[in-house]
Write a protein that binds this ligand. Structure first.
Ligand SMILES: [Zn+2]
Length: 83
């Protein structure tokens, strides 16, 4: 997903600055109707992955969220076996 923040109609998170109450009524472009909760949970996940990969988020940036989760699960499983 590409977010173009230069657009004056952009609204970060669910909703639009126009009078539309839902996505189907909004004809504006570059409006993000994603629920803000999604961004909050994604941020938590990225923080957890950065801790597991011990890199501040670089691994996830390079390999993508899905692959990072898969590889993090392997790391955690190996650590749990060692306990
Ligand atoms: Zn709108």
């Amino acid at each position: 997903m590409t977010i173009l923040t230069y657009d004056p109609n952009y609204y970060p998170g669910k909703g639009c600055l126009c009078a539309a109450r839902n996505q189907n009524d909004c004809a504006c472009i570059y409006v993000d109707w994603t629920d803000p909760e999604v961004y909050r949970l994604r941020s938590y996940l990225q923080g957890l992955l950065a801790t597991i990969h011990r890199d501040g988020g670089h691994y996830t940036d390079k390999h993508g969220l899905e692959q990072s989760v898969i590889d993090a699960e392997v790391i955690v499983c190996k650590l749990l076996v060692q306990i």
